[in-house]
Ligand binder design. Structure first.
Ligand SMILES: Cc1cc2nc3c(=O)[nH]c(=O)nc-3n(C[C@H](O)[C@H](O)[C@H](O)COP(=O)(O)O)c2cc1C
Length: 158
């Protein structure tokens, strides 16, 4: 038998639904601005590529955590990894460490799997490079903006 939904919960679910979305255009804008901070001229594809390769140098960090999930868990495994990544980064920050989440490492998942002897059913989601931040490096003077709530959530009144 279905249990009745308490009245307060019904009101809450009817009156409010939020739709959260991430924006690719913000990520592209972020990349362009960070190249700017590094003094890379707009359109300099060779310099863009060189900077992108820094991903595989872990941006100079001494450590990298590889985040992987069981392939069979599908999107839910990836969601769990996302929550793990967020908490890892917050915990590191609280300990005075800098982090950079790196989805680009997943492009080399075959190599990573072999290096760490990961089973074939593991799917590499991303890496997190971490260490003490070099605050004197000019890239660390670059701060991304934060989207306002209205740009990322749609509130639906019913
Ligand atoms: C899941 C995830 C994957 C990311 N992958 C990369 C990446 O592969 N390479 C990169 O340069 N930045 C990547 N970023 C962006 C950086 O980790 C970081 O968010 C960015 O430098 C700005 O940090 P801030 O928003 O805290 O200032 C990724 C971010 C997230 C959340």
């Amino acid at each position: 038998m279905r249990r009745p939904v308490p009245a307060w919960l019904r009101i809450a679910t009817c009156r409010f639904r939020a739709h959260i979305s991430a924006s690719i255009s913000r990520a592209v804008a972020k990349a362009a601005s960070s190249y700017n901070t590094l003094g890379i001229p707009r359109g300099d594809k060779a310099a863009y590529a060189k900077q992108a390769l820094e991903n595989y140098n872990f941006f100079g960090a001494p450590h990298v955590a590889i985040i992987h999930t069981n392939e069979a868990l599908g999107v839910y495994g990836a969601v769990d990894c996302g929550a793990y990544v967020s908490n890892f980064m917050l915990a590191a920050q609280a300990l005075g460490l800098g982090t950079i989440a790196q989805a680009s490492l997943a492009r080399q998942s075959g190599l990573i799997r072999r290096h760490f002897h990961l089973a074939d059913d593991r799917r590499v989601v991303c890496g997190i490079s971490f260490g003490f931040a070099d605050n004197a490096h000019r890239i660390n003077s670059y701060h991304t903006s934060r989207a306002i709530v209205a740009d990322t959530a749609t509130f639906v009144e019913e």
